[in-house]
Design a protein around this ligand. Structure first.
Ligand SMILES: [Ca+2]
Ligand SMILES: [Ca+2]
Ligand SMILES: [Ca+2]
Length: 165
């Protein structure tokens, strides 16, 4: 398995440059190739995100009004943080050191890559990544296009008009 691990690390490193902020969030979503066409499409990502949201509401909606209040969200965030620390706090000091955070980030990115690599050949091909890229761009645009700050592909990708593809 050494080679495979090495490949995954390489992919993770490559993707770290491509995908920055949303990666950790995405990796918590269970992506499924619902229609079995070999790629995780933007729609499938959206569905997975919605499903995760719905699950979060069920889990953290303590007063049962069907949505997450500010307090309930706070509990959710705390819970997730605690879970994350429990998972990656290798030296057991109850906090994540810089190195532990890096490990956590890499693990999440690797998890995301694994999910995007539908045919499991150890590489996230352009086709396999297309849906994720699409979602990322859409989200970036909605937020006023602040992506590209870090690791964006040489400046503005926004003029590319990849909306309908
Ligand atoms: Ca699909
Ligand atoms: Ca620690
Ligand atoms: Ca693949």
């Amino acid at each position: 398995m050494k080679n495979l691990n090495k490949t995954n690390t390489t992919i993770a490193a490559a993707l770290t440059v491509l995908i920055s902020a949303p990666a950790w969030a995405m990796s918590q979503v269970t992506l499924t190739d619902t229609n079995n066409d070999g790629i995780i499409s933007a729609d499938e990502i959206t569905q997975a995100r919605e499903a995760r949201k719905a699950a979060a509401v069920i889990e953290f909606d303590t007063n049962g009004d069907g949505e997450l209040s500010r307090d309930e969200r706070k509990v959710m965030k705390e819970t997730r943080k605690t879970t994350k620390i429990a998972q990656y706090d290798t030296d057991g000091d109850g906090k994540l050191s810089r190195a532990e955070k890096v490990t956590a980030k890499e693990a999440r990115q690797a998890a995301l890559n694994t999910q995007l690599d539908v045919n499991q050949d150890g590489e996230v091909s352009d086709a396999e990544r297309a849906g994720f890229e699409q979602v990322r761009e859409e989200r970036g645009e909605r937020k006023g296009g602040k992506h590209g700050k870090k690791g964006g592909k040489k400046g503005d990708r926004q003029n590319q008009s990849t909306n309908d593809q």
